[in-house]
Write a protein that binds this ligand. Structure first.
Ligand code: MG
Length: 271
């Protein structure tokens, strides 16, 4: 009897060894096929101090990894989009009380620096509290990022106009999904994500260029395809003749291709 039990045990042991049942099963991989699920070896996401909240009275602070284009101090990071006849390219908009304001007739201004690749932009703006004009003549300005359509700035609070020209519309293309406008004289926010077109070695598009826009925290465009765009771009602001104000303008470069490559080593491990 003992011999039979021993033989059965050995048989089951050898078959389980043959079947590899005693080996730990490899963990399934996460998307991308590099890191197993739950791996403690995976680089930790870089730590970023998030932005401070803005109130109607005060602009919040930019996140720690942002390029700050306007912090309410001066226009040193900006230039006129067109040089004047004497070759001067200084931005001539007014700066006071922590904001810049369009000065009619001085023309659009643009950032001196650009952000390469995919990026997240933050812009705060305010239409004049004194309501003048209507439709496109009321609080009109605009935000342009590196060849993408104008993200319209307009006082669209109880001010009807053509939908593809109202606040946060991609001008002449798409109206926003909803009208999330605040009252004139109140600060509003645009958070804009631009994604550049990606191609493989054969030239086939693997990811289309797109733009996503949040107006006052509300998604109004989600991944609108924009076709091939330049791989970098600054931001410019429109002079449409109305004294629109801007504050707290910053951008972050984002890495959609390989976020792990920007991570930091696990605790206790050298990079
Ligand atoms: Mg405009």
């Amino acid at each position: 009897m003992k011999k039979i039990v021993l033989a059965t045990f050995l048989l089951s042991l050898s078959s389980s060894l043959l079947m590899g049942e005693d080996k730990p099963k490899p963990k399934p991989l996460t998307p991308g096929g590099v890191w197993p699920k739950g791996s403690m070896e995976r680089p930790r996401p870089r730590v970023v101090d998030p932005p401070g909240f803005s109130s109607q009275e005060t602009a919040g602070q930019a996140p720690s990894d942002a390029v700050v284009f306007f912090d309410g101090t001066d226009l040193s990071g900006w230039k006129a989009q067109k040089k004047s006849d004497d070759g001067n390219e200084a931005a001539k908009w007014k700066v006071e009380n922590g904001y810049m304001e369009v000065v009619r007739g001085t023309g659009p201004i643009q950032t001196k620096d650009q952000i390469e690749g995919d990026a997240q932009w933050h812009v705060e703006w305010c239409a004049p509290s004194e309501v003048k004009g209507n439709s496109q003549g009321r609080g009109n300005s605009g935000v342009f990022i590196g060849g993408y359509p104008e993200v319209q700035v307009l006082d669209s609070y109880q001010n009807d106009t053509y939908p593809d020209g109202q606040a946060s519309a991609l001008y002449s293309q798409y109206p926003p999904m909803v009208n999330a406008s605040r009252k004139p004289g109140e600060w509003q926010t645009y958070d804009i994500v631009v994604v550049r077109e990606k191609k493989d070695e054969s030239g086939k598009v693997t990811q289309p260029g797109s733009i996503t826009v949040l107006h006052n925290g509300i998604v109004v465009h989600f991944a609108r395809e924009t076709g091939g765009k330049t791989p970098s771009g600054g931001l410019s602001l429109q002079d449409h003749g109305n004294p629109v104000r801007y504050r707290n303008i910053w951008a972050r470069k984002i890495n959609l291709v390989d976020p792990d490559s920007e991570g930091t080593p696990p605790p206790g491990k050298a990079k």
